[in-house]
Design a protein around this ligand. Structure first.
Ligand SMILES: Cc1cc2nc3c(=O)[nH]c(=O)nc-3n(C[C@H](O)[C@H](O)[C@H](O)COP(=O)(O)OP(=O)(O)OC[C@H]3O[C@@H](n4cnc5c(N)ncnc54)[C@H](O)[C@@H]3O)c2cc1C
Ligand code: SF4
Length: 331
């Protein structure tokens, strides 16, 4: 095991200053991803700064307007069980309950969940095979290797990995905001801009830099939130990362779609919003499956499957349709 020091942060400002000035320091919350990365030697911090004692970062607040503010240190199981979350945004509770295992969800934090790194087996391989995310400019073993679980949208030849977070897919569909505190103060990052595509800098997963601490997630009130659903397909039901997943949130008039938000997981380096499908679905009847299918297909014109994951193109469309219909039945 890689040796590291450990200390506890008492206030956010000191924690942020320490992170900004020391490239070998990492924040630790639940430790459920970071310690695995250290064991796999995919992360080698010299010092861990435990942020679990930071005040007021574990609160879940239901706003009077119908929105939510979820502290970055709230545990996944607490958020999934929260009555306001379940009532206002069932898609969030369902995404969390389909993630990891009960024990992991009791430890794992919301901020850590959004920061977790890809499950690409080459990235996690302790033998340090070529991987641009792990070691920039070393190559991508998955591009010509085993890529069944990898991306069909938005990849580059430098990295074809997918983002493993289920929660992120739900938050992408809900246009959530990530509240980040850095050395120059707070900023609000729209969820679509939080995770990034790999391009030629696969080592960067998201928009954060040194000294950035996620404080909270804000979920704006939305008419679609109550009629929402998360559907996840995986290789085993007990606990496993998504092969493909979909988050759907919908508002209807009678059985006609007034507005809809759709995002996919397991298909790209970031949660993948189906914007073309959302526009085409407006005005369609939830009972006209052929037209719904054709509208969803519009977003798949840009799909680029790899050697072993062509099946995801059809599977993802089916998952999106089922998630949409289930959300519609709740409206
Ligand atoms: C066996 C297993 C199965 C799993 N299955 C799933 C699954 O199906 N779906 C799913 O979504 N997840 C799954 N996970 C991942 C799990 O959800 C994450 O490990 C967990 O959410 C990470 O939270 P944590 O608090 O433990 O983060 P940590 O491990 O403590 O930290 C992870 C990263 O986040 C950073 N960090 C933590 N908090 C902050 C903050 N506030 N601001 C900035 N950076 C921060 C840390 O520095 C670190 O880089 C699984 C994990 C395991 C081990
Ligand atoms: S897909 Fe990304 S994470 Fe996986 S080997 Fe290639 S560069 Fe590394």
């Amino acid at each position: 095991m890689h040796p590291f020091g450990l200390s506890r942060a008492d206030d956010a400002a000191t924690a942020i200053a320490a992170h900004a000035s020391d490239p070998h320091l990492a924040f630790i919350a639940g430790g459920t991803d970071l310690l695995g990365l250290i064991k796999d030697r995919a992360a080698l911090p010299k010092h861990l700064l435990d942020i679990n004692g930071l005040p007021e970062m574990a609160h879940i607040e239901a706003g009077p307007d119908g929105g939510l503010r979820i502290g970055a240190l709230a545990r996944m199981s607490d958020v999934a069980a929260d009555q306001a979350v379940r009532r206002r945004f069932p898609v969030i509770a369902e995404a969390l309950l389909s993630s990891a295992s009960g024990q992991l969800r009791n430890m794992a934090s919301i901020g850590g969940n959004l920061m977790q790194r890809t499950r690409c087996a080459y990235f996690r391989d302790e033998d340090d095979v070529p991987c641009n995310k792990r070691r920039p400019h070393s190559g991508c073993s998955a591009f010509d290797g085993l890529n069944r679980n990898h991306a069909i949208f938005g990849w580059s030849e430098g990295c074809v990995s997918t983002n493993p977070s289920d929660l992120a897919v739900a938050l992408a569909a809900l246009d959530a905001i990530v509240v980040v505190r850095g050395v120059t103060g707070d900023r609000a990052i729209p969820f679509a801009d939080f995770h990034r595509l790999p391009g030629d800098t696969a080592e960067r997963d998201n928009a954060l830099g040194r000294g950035d601490l996620i404080i909270a997630i804000e979920v704006p009130a939305s008419v679609e939130g109550r009629a929402s659903h998360y559907l996840k397909l995986r290789d085993r039901q007990s606990y496993e990362f998504a092969l493909v997943s979909a988050a759907a949130a919908i508002a209807i008039d009678g059985r006609r779609i007034r507005s809809v938000r759709l995002a996919l997981g397991g298909v790209a380096h970031k949660p993948w919003r189906l914007s073309a499908a959302e526009a085409s679905l407006r005005g369609l009847s939830l009972d006209d499956s052929d037209k719904l299918r054709a509208a969803i297909a519009r977003s798949f014109a840009e799909a680029r499957p790899l050697a072993h994951n062509g099946f995801k193109v059809e599977l993802a469309q089916r998952v999106a349709l089922r998630a949409l219909k289930t959300a519609g039945d709740r409206a």
